[in-house]
Design a protein around this ligand. Structure first.
Ligand SMILES: [Ca+2]
Ligand SMILES: [Ca+2]
Length: 308
């Protein structure tokens, strides 16, 4: 009995000291990186919300589940979290098809749950990086429905292009561009008698990266989460953001042998990735984060991922 009691006290003391140290570190600087910011000196821990922790027993992880495990992250020494998408989504691409950029999907909880999680992270010195996907929305997003209906100013929010017609008078997509997931990157919609571009699933229409209203609408999304108090963003699929504006120009064949027809690697992607406009828009978002850094006194971080 006495042995158990002593063991218990020692355990509490260890957790208390370790936890205290780690919280202190989170608020200050590392020993190793005294002049470094948190993103330069700490591990960025990715949380994939579906599988992380389920708080209500419906079989899908959720935000309250994450909140319940924050002390575990502190114990691991985690000072920053990259949260995979928790926005409203039909989940055709597991949350990377967003139907509302400024709300939480009910499967993960509510904005209130999110806010509570964020406050609990701040209490523990854990920084929060949101995963944002500006290249496309879900085809269930209100912007796309209004664009499909030709309603201004949404009509030009996505890449709508008139068909080409071959020698037999058959309707054809504007160009040979391929989806990352395979097959044509163009899908025809009778409603507009036009093709729309999707570099990923047909349920993920690409936004028009040259449209000022659209760029502003996405900037408002960044601002919404900055106002909520997040510490930064991991920006998904950014190299696909803008395409060359001549949508009828074919991409060159890569010549890689033995690939199935429609495989993305069959083409070079110099017309559909890494356009100057993408970098110009990214620079604007960086300035927006700089302004938030100044306003909040807390540095804001942005990370772009480069997949080949
Ligand atoms: Ca759940
Ligand atoms: Ca794009």
């Amino acid at each position: 009995m006495r042995g158990i009691f002593v063991g218990f006290v020692v355990l509490v003391a260890l957790v208390g000291v370790r936890g205290g140290n780690l919280v202190l570190k989170g608020k200050g600087k590392d020993k190793q990186g005294e002049d470094q910011e948190w993103w330069q000196s700490s591990v960025l821990y990715q949380i994939y919300p579906r599988s992380f922790m389920d708080s209500d027993g419906d079989g899908v992880g959720d935000i309250k589940g994450i909140t319940s495990k924050l002390d575990y992250l502190v114990e691991l020494g985690i000072r920053s979290v990259w949260l995979s998408p928790v926005y409203e989504s039909p989940m055709k691409d597991f949350g990377y098809d967003i139907s509302n950029f400024t709300n939480i999907d009910p499967i993960f909880g509510t904005l209130e749950d999110f806010f509570e999680m964020q406050e609990a992270m701040k209490d523990r010195g854990i920084k929060l990086v949101m995963d944002l996907v500006p290249n496309h929305s879900s085809d269930q997003h209100e912007w796309f429905n209004r664009s499909l209906a030709g309603e201004a100013p949404y009509d030009d929010y996505y890449v709508w292009v008139d068909p080409k017609f071959d020698d037999e008078g058959e309707r054809q997509p504007p160009s040979n561009w391929l989806s990352v997931f395979g097959g044509s990157a163009w899908t025809y919609r009778e409603e507009r008698e036009q093709y729309f571009l999707h570099q990923f699933l047909p349920e993920q229409p690409d936004v028009n990266g040259y449209n000022e209203n659209l760029i502003q609408a996405l900037s408002d999304v960044f601002q919404f989460w900055l106002d909520m108090g997040v510490d930064g963003f991991r920006v998904d699929a950014i190299k696909h953001f803008a395409e060359i504006e001549d949508y009828y120009q074919d991409e060159a064949e890569s010549g890689i042998p033995d690939l199935p027809e429609g495989n993305y690697e069959n083409l070079y992607h110099n017309l559909t990735t890494n356009q100057q406009q993408t970098f110009d828009v990214l620079r604007r978002w960086r300035l927006l984060l700089d302004a938030a850094t100044e306003a909040s006194g807390s540095p804001k971080y942005v990370e772009i991922n480069y997949f080949k």
